[in-house]
Design a binder for this molecule. Structure first.
Ligand SMILES: [Zn+2]
Length: 68
């Protein structure tokens, strides 16, 4: 974690205390490297599962289902 404070995905506020930051995952961008998803410890469970991971899992399950 460098530079500006990351923004909490759960409440939308900056996470000023690095000890309070939880890295939830990484979000891909259409161009560029994407960004990490952070949340306050107290808000980490407010945030849903990583949408990119869910999309990939859904595709894998779909292909498997169609193949059988
Ligand atoms: Zn928060």
């Amino acid at each position: 974690m460098t530079g500006a404070a990351p923004t909490c995905r759960g409440c939308g506020q900056p996470i000023l205390d690095p000890q309070d930051a939880v890295l939830l995952g990484h979000e891909e961008a259409n161009s560029g490297p994407g960004w990490d998803i952070w949340a306050h410890r107290a808000h980490a469970d407010r945030v849903g599962p990583d949408p990119v991971a869910l999309r990939i899992l859904a595709r894998v399950l779909l292909v498997k289902a169609l193949r059988d």
